[in-house]
Design a protein around this ligand. Structure first.
Ligand code: NI
Length: 305
């Protein structure tokens, strides 16, 4: 009989209420709750992480004129100031280590009438801002182009008066080169030059200190000055550029002016957002370029103090 009673007790509910199953059920509940809370946490982090990143990207795409309309902020800190306006719901979150798709375009040795205007047209058409490291005497000859650079929101850097190798000059000579170039830029644009790139990238601690501004070199060399094949140049820049790169080109090179549309479109198609050097650093680090520092790319920053 006992056996039968037992059979009756468990009949019908036998699969659900056996003691061993209750334990299993409890374990399943714990696992379910655990997974749910993990899922919620992941959604929380992902949502705010993505908002954070996409916000800064869309901000740039939607409002590239934010910098153009305010040249002084473009020369200094365009992005951190605007981010407060555009991201009211972003609150401090641990930074996700996802490389931002910004790259800095830099053009050296101009302004040069036959080629710089074409490059400015191409940048303007796409609402892209770049950094131009100008040579003082060329800026004086082509002041309209220099002024157009600033009007379009580009950043101007000091590339000496007439392109000597600073490592062969005395302190006084370097100072003279720097001051003469800076004076022309200020005279024609009303803007102070805040960054320098010594000609040929020729630098040492003495040169860097004497320039008395942050020094900007590069991490991606287009080699446009010695390239003769357009497709090779386009392919080199588009395929070798990495997030955070500072790209070296020359606006006085004919081939660069001829290829610039395809280079820009190639970079954009790969998801890159070309910006000025200052914006590249501001976007990634939230700071302006610092004195006594040398910048190769967004992460390769050397202190020469
Ligand atoms: Ni140069």
């Amino acid at each position: 009989m006992k056996k039968n009673t037992n059979k009756l007790e468990y009949s019908g509910k036998s699969e659900l209420f056996r003691p061993s199953d209750r334990k299993r059920n409890r374990a399943a509940k714990i696992i379910l709750l655990g997974s749910l809370s993990m899922l919620l946490l992941m959604i929380f982090f992902l949502t705010f992480g993505i908002i954070n990143i996409s916000d800064s990207i869309t901000k740039h795409i939607d409002n590239p004129s934010a910098e153009s309309s305010n040249v002084s902020s473009s020369l200094n800190t365009a992005l951190p100031t605007t981010s407060a306006t555009f991201a009211p719901f972003v609150f401090p979150m641990p930074t996700l280590k996802i490389p931002l798709p910004y790259v800095a375009l830099t053009f050296d040795d101009g302004p040069y009438a036959p080629t710089t205007a074409k490059i400015l047209d191409s940048l303007e058409k796409r609402n892209i801002n770049a950094t131009f490291f100008v040579i003082g005497y060329r800026a004086e000859i082509n002041k309209k182009l220099l002024q157009r650079m600033v009007e379009q929101g580009h950043e101007i850097g000091n590339h000496s008066w007439d392109h000597p190798d600073y490592t062969t000059l005395s302190k006084t000579e370097i100072k003279q080169q720097q001051e003469q170039c800076a004076a022309i830029v200020e005279q024609y644009t009303g803007k102070k030059v805040r960054i320098s790139r010594p000609p040929y990238g020729g630098n040492n601690t003495m040169v860097d200190k004497t320039c008395n501004t942050p020094i900007v070199l590069w991490s991606m060399d287009s080699l446009d000055w010695k390239e003769t094949d357009r497709q090779t140049l386009i392919k080199r820049v588009v395929s070798k550029t990495k997030p955070g790169d500072i790209i070296l080109m020359h606006d006085l090179q004919k081939i660069t002016a001829e290829c610039i549309d395809e280079i820009l479109d190639g970079l954009l198609a790969k998801g890159y957002i070309p910006v000025t050097v200052s914006d590249l650093i501001a976007t990634n680090h939230g700071t302006t370029l610092q004195h006594e520092k040398l910048y190769y790319d967004v992460n390769n920053i050397i202190s020469y103090k």
